[in-house]
Design a protein around this ligand. Structure first.
Ligand SMILES: Nc1ncnc2c1ncn2[C@@H]1O[C@H](COP(=O)(O)OP(=O)(O)O)[C@@H](O)[C@H]1O
Ligand SMILES: O=P(O)(O)O[C@H]1O[C@H](CO)[C@@H](O[C@H]2O[C@H](CO)[C@@H](O)[C@H](O)[C@H]2O)[C@H](O)[C@H]1O
Length: 474
């Protein structure tokens, strides 16, 4: 199937639209009232709690099946910039269907009825939930090439068996994933920015290096940066990866163990070994360098800044802020004492490692997923090499989360120890022998979690707060 069998909205054909101009006449005017109601309610909407200002349509492309027509048959792909006071505009990826009458299963995915514009009178809805449109997207991913500003790529040995039935993953998520017949999972990034998403970059680098600790990407799609110069950084929009059928996620397994006060230490140690293997593969495949003292001081000052910002936003953090700063001051002092060069290596890392990012395959092996980094951080920061102890700290926090979530705090310490022992077996360095680093990174992560929970799951805020209280007294 050639690229030419796919239709695009003619007005998005090639030249970027002038700023503020609607590239598909009337589209933005009809989308605007629908997005105002729907967008802020989505789990992945980053600017929750802030008023929503202007929308600006950055790109619109309609994917239509070969021989099909624009309108109810197609999938409307939209990139929209959202302005909100106090934050830089966010660009969101929307995949929309348009239909005169929605079947009952799709009603809850509706944005509402368009008035005016190219979809006048049709109900717009979230397309990933429509098996027909999700299948259409997979069909498009099979064929490398371009449609308007969208560019589709496949790995050379990718195979697409026919008849893969799509379903949207129900996991609580920062993005939207569609599972195709237990063979593939397509992650659709919702808040996007120029620059290759590390989830694609790192899982591809690991898979190409022969690592079995990752779900291999088989196809992906990107857009040219709608605002950028020709040849600028691509915007990663979606990645199709091998699905691991019958796998269990580490968070569910850990919770089950906590609730029966079970012994999960062998699994925790295996996970530590898997983490260290991934770190070794990333260090071999991508740039790594020894940090100088100044770099450690800059890392410490970033942590202090995040603590101050969080204390300003989350009042419950304030009582601990003064004492917590000591962890970052100690890291800065370590940097000051190592002006000529420290023993700390920075390399590409997972960036947001927790138990929910580890899947135990049906054969018992641990695989890491979601190399996107912390969704709230800017992409450039998430792609910067960092000490691997950051990932270890993330996982240690997660053992603590599981134990406190289910009211069994003693479970945490023996499993944290087992994880560190497993990590040390492969890495040759035990994170517990780097107390200043691990304490600073664990504190930074708990601060991040306090802000994350305050914004997204206020009922969970006591978990990171209890950790901050403990870290403030160590
Ligand atoms: N390759 C895979 N095989 C099986 N399940 C997966 C795979 N990738 C992700 N999942 C499931 O989807 C969930 C969300 O995936 P994730 O990449 O963490 O998305 P998000 O960034 O939106 O949180 C995971 O917790 C897991 O249950
Ligand atoms: O999985 P995401 O990339 O969306 O990560 C975000 O959400 C996570 C929660 O779903 C959050 O993780 C925190 O809660 C987990 C339990 O639900 C716990 O295991 C983690 O240790 C804790 O950090 C993550 O921080 C956030 O970035």
């Amino acid at each position: 199937m050639s690229d030419s069998s796919w239709t695009r909205v003619p007005s998005t054909a090639s030249a970027p639209p002038a700023p503020g101009r609607d590239p598909a006449p009337g589209l933005m005017r009809s989308l605007d009232p629908l997005l105002r109601g729907w967008l802020p309610r989505q789990r992945w909407f980053a600017g929750k709690g802030l008023p929503v200002g202007r929308f600006r349509l950055a790109a619109a492309t309609e994917l239509v099946p070969p021989g099909g027509r624009l309108g109810p048959l197609g999938l409307l792909h939209v990139l929209v910039d959202v302005e909100q006071p106090g934050r830089a505009p966010d660009c969101y990826q929307l995949l929309l269907g348009a239909h005169p009458l929605l079947p009952p299963a799709l009603v809850r995915t509706a944005l509402g009825q368009a008035v005016g514009g190219p979809y006048d009178g049709l109900t717009l809805y979230d397309a990933p939930h429509d098996p027909r449109l999700a299948a259409l997207l997979l069909e498009r991913l099979r064929v490398p090439g371009r449609t308007g500003r969208l560019r589709f790529t496949t790995e050379p040995d990718a195979e697409f068996p026919p008849g893969l039935v799509p379903r949207v993953s129900t996991a609580e998520q920062s993005n939207t994933s569609v599972v195709y017949g237990d063979a593939y999972i397509l992650k659709l990034f919702r808040r996007v920015s120029p620059g290759t998403n590390p989830d694609l970059e790192l899982s591809l680098a690991l898979a190409r290096a022969g690592s079995t600790r990752v779900a291999e990407p088989v196809a992906w799609f990107e857009a040219d940066d709608p605002q950028g110069p020709a040849g600028g950084e691509p915007v990663t929009l979606g990645v199709l990866q091998r699905f691991l059928p019958g796998s269990s996620d580490g968070w569910a397994l850990a919770l089950a163990s906590v609730s029966e006060d079970g012994d999960f230490r062998a699994e925790a140690a295996a996970l530590g070994r898997a983490t260290a293997e991934v770190h070794a593969s990333l260090a071999a495949a991508l740039p790594a360098r020894r940090l100088d003292g100044g770099a450690l001081e800059r890392i410490a000052s970033g942590m202090t800044r995040r603590l101050d910002e969080t204390a300003a936003e989350v009042p419950a953090v304030r009582p601990y802020a003064g004492a917590l700063r000591a962890a970052f001051d100690d890291l800065a002092k370590m940097g000051a004492g190592a002006a000529a060069g420290s023993a700390v290596v920075a390399q590409r890392i997972h960036g947001d490692l927790h138990l929910g990012q580890a899947l135990r395959r049906a054969d018992g092996a641990w695989v890491l997923i979601d190399f996107e980094g912390e969704p709230a951080r800017p992409l450039a920061e998430r792609r910067r090499p960092a000490p691997p102890v950051q990932d270890v700290a993330g996982m240690l926090r997660s053992f603590d989360y599981a134990a406190h979530h289910s009211g069994n705090p003693p479970w945490a310490s023996r499993h944290r120890d087992a994880y560190c022992s497993g990590y040390a077996e492969v890495a040759g360095i035990d994170p517990r022998d780097q107390p200043v680093l691990i304490r600073a990174y664990e504190t930074d992560k708990a601060v991040y979690e306090a802000r994350y929970e305050a914004r997204h799951r206020p009922a969970w805020l006591p978990i990171p707060l209890a950790a901050l209280a403990r870290l403030a007294t160590t």
